[in-house]
Design a protein around this ligand. Sequence first.
Ligand code: ADE
Length: 241
Amino acid sequence: MTTAILSALAEEQQGLIELLHRPRRVERAGRSFWQGELHGQPVVLALSRIGKVAAATTATILIEAFDAQRLVFTGVAGGIAPGVQVGDVVVAQEFVQHDMDASPLFPRYQVPLYGRERFDCDAVLSSALIAATRSGLQQLGLQAAVHQGLVASGDRFVSAAQEARDLHAALNAAGHAPLAVEMEGAAVAQVCHDYGIPFAAMRTISDRADDTAHLDFPKFVREVASRYALAILDAFMYELK
Ligand code: ADE
């Protein structure tokens, strides 16, 4: 069973490529896909690229061209719920698109023709990801909080405290209480829903989606997120053995 590992950022993928046994690089749609084995299991690694459309294309190629039978995503996100701090990890239970609005034709946040606002992650794969997150953090000697819940995706880098508050309030008013905001997960969750493929996702909190988000983000990615992703995914593939 081939596991696809999607990374949002090259820094998060590099360590995995180095761990890959019998690595082979294949080009498709202007993207590089790395096939090989981790802990004796077939994997294919890809960068999601940024934003919902790019990530949906990457996910579709992983399923259609590389026969991925489960997808796991790692990346960073902005914390928007109170108590979700830089350095914490969020394992997604569900995703919502915060910029989906076909009202008044469909209720706000509902994805037209699906009759739903949220797409679920797979419970079994997510449990394995939580266990791997805890053991990866332990290996790194870190005591970061691990949250589980809703993540909101949209084609915006949220970098103003007022915008983050407004987004959080509007989603909450509609019955959605997101922990974090990012730019790809809901799209990948929707593609996996379409194909009936299990999906799990973890996001390390790089910023608070506020006025310093654009400064916090690159520093965090370079210095921290890459180490988190590698330790957690290595433990995850070991868990799935
Ligand atoms: N990914 C990491 N931080 C983010 C933010 N503030 N907004 C959107 N995506 C992000």
